[in-house]
Structure formats: C-alpha cells, structure tokens
Ligand binder design. Structure first.
Ligand code: SF4
Length: 328
C-alpha cells in the first residue's frame, strides 16, 4: 500500500494571505485530512502574520460554505463548484495525492471493455490525462466527460453529481473510477447500467462496483418500505449553500400532502442522529447531500429517504426508475 501524502500548497496560500492582507484565515478540512490540520495551521501561522482558525465542523464538500467572519476561508480536499456563487472569499486547495494510480489501473484492465469512460475525484484529477494516455497505450479508447455547472473539471465525479459519466454514456461500454471508497463509484453506477470498475490508487484494489450497488439498492428498498409505515415525516433542508434546495423541500412537502402525509421542514447545518431523534419524526426525506441517506444510513434509527426515493414511496415514480439524487 502506498503511503499517501497530499499537497497542501502552503506557499500559495501564504502568498494569497499576504497579497490580500488577510488578518484572519479560516481552514476547513475533510474528515480524512483533519489530522493534518494542526501542522498546516502552525506552518501557515509561521509563514504569515494572519491569525489562523481551524474549523472543528465536518466538511464533506465544496457545497459547505462556512458562516465565518474571517477574511479568507481555505477549504482543503475539494475543487470549486462553478455554479455556486458566494460572497465570501474562498480558496479551494484540492490536496493533490501523491499516489500513483497506474498500478491499480493496470490491474483493472482485464475488467474493462473499450471504449472506457474515465472518472476520478479532486485528489487525483491532476493525473487524469496521464491515466487516459496510459489506457490508450494499452489499446483502449477513452472518453473523459465534461459534466454540468456543478463540476469543475472534466472526468470529475461527486457523490451528488455524475453528469460527467452521463455525458459519455452513449460512447462507452464501461467506466473506470480512480479513487478511494464506494460513495463516488456507486453514484456513477446509479446513472448507468454499464459496468463500473473502481481502482484505488492507495490500496491498489480493483472492484466491480455492481455488488456494492446491489447491496445499496436492497438497503434503499427496505428504507422506502419502512418509510411507508411512518406516521410523521420531517424534511431535511440544509443551511449549507451548495446543498440548500428550498424549492425541492417545498415540492416534497406538497407531494407528501397530496398523499395525505403531514410533514415539517426542518433546517440543519450538520445533520446528526441525535438532532433527528430529538425531533421525533418517524421518517425523513433529505433534500441535502445524498450521502446522508446512501452512506450514513446505519447511524440513524429512522429511515432517511432521498428525493427520488420519496417519489417512489408515494407512487410518483416506479422502483425500476430508481435514480441518483443529483444536485445540479
Ligand atoms: S452535496 Fe454531498 S456529495 Fe455533493 S458536493 Fe456536497 S458533500 Fe459532496
């Protein structure tokens, strides 16, 4: 296994802090990089005159714009969301990984059928052209799709947006996702019936995502059935700028009402099991990040449905038409 290191681009951040004469800088880290926060904060303090504050809250994506009065927010681990306008000053540092993806990609070759749709995440996107060239050198035709306005780079995938996969769906026979974890490749597998192979540059593991997708679909089917027996519904509205879907929340409330179901819209910043339990509803529909329902479901005692799952529950959509809850 590769010992993975990340490029925090501290000299570039310090240059920006000095250039903009920032007095306070607020740092956001995703969970996987939080252990580096202390070192990064002390190094930046040494490189600039600014006071550095580290966010103690979780940060899962670029959708999370913090309410801070700092002069500059630096968010690590994510690429900007182009169609998300913010008045705050934010610098996104994608935290490039040093992991070499080629050994894992080599291992994935027997599982791929050309033409291949190539996808990855912020940490590896700087190598997307190298990955494509490698596949071409092995005789594969490669397509790296450009997604919609929520995606910054070609070939990028988010857990809430697989439009870069959809962009090439009529030109490929399989997809290769290069990255860690199953959240992103499952998102791809929910927008295409074609094989999705995940190659992890850190562990070197190669996985056909079909099994994880089917397991997840069985779990989602069970959640919808549990939702049908609930007597009260809460609708999760996120206060995070890039997850906030107010009109969708109102639409869900109207849809539930037309099925005779009463619901209340509740607003959250970070959702936790304790916060949901204290409100006491029998089931929830989330208009926030789909990770909540798809990835974190085991932490919650009550079912949390995504928007398309709520449509299935009330009969507005068929199970055969199950789709990823994409945010544009
Ligand atoms: S909504 Fe969720 S999946 Fe989408 S960018 Fe935000 S954290 Fe990531």
């Amino acid at each position: 296994m590769t010992r993975e290191e990340f490029d925090f681009e501290l000299a570039r951040i310090a240059g920006t802090v000095r250039e903009r004469r920032c007095r306070t800088v607020f740092l956001q880290f995703p969970e996987g990089l939080k252990r580096k926060a202390g070192t990064v904060a002390s190094t930046l303090s040494g490189l600039t005159d600014a006071s550095v504050i580290v966010s103690g809250e979780p940060c899962y994506g670029a959708c999370d714009i913090p309410a801070t009065d700092a002069d500059l927010t630096v968010q690590f681990g994510h690429l900007p969301i182009p169609n998300l306008r913010t008045e705050r000053s934010i610098l996104y540092i994608q935290a490039r990984s040093n992991a070499d993806p080629l050994p894992a990609i080599e291992k994935s070759l027997p599982h791929l059928e050309s033409p291949v749709g190539l996808l990855t995440t912020a940490q590896h996107i700087h190598l997307v052209d190298d990955m494509a060239q490698y596949l071409v050198s092995k005789g594969f035709e490669v397509h790296t799709g450009k997604g919609d306005g929520r995606l910054f780079a070609k070939g990028q995938v988010l857990g809430c947006n697989a439009s870069a996969a959809r962009a090439v769906s009529d030109r490929v026979n399989s997809y290769l996702f290069v990255g860690t974890g199953s959240f992103h490749p499952i998102a791809v597998a929910l927008v295409t019936p074609k094989p999705v192979i995940a190659a992890d540059p850190v562990t070197g593991e190669v996985t056909d995502i079909a099994e994880a997708r089917d397991r997840m679909l069985r779990q989602r089917h069970a959640a919808i059935e549990r939702g049908r027996t609930a007597e009260s519904f809460g609708i999760i509205l996120s206060s995070k700028a890039g997850q906030r879907r107010m009109q969708t929340a109102f639409g869900i409330q109207a849809m539930l009402a037309s099925s005779g179901l009463v619901s209340v819209i509740a607003e959250f910043d970070t959702v936790t099991p304790q916060k949901l339990e204290s409100l006491g509803f029998g089931a929830w529909v989330s208009t926030a990040c789909p990770r909540l329902a798809i990835d974190d479901y085991s932490a919650y005692r009550v079912p949390i449905l995504t928007v398309p799952e709520a449509e299935i529950m009330v009969g507005r959509r068929s199970w055969d038409d199950y789709v990823l809850d994409e945010i544009e």
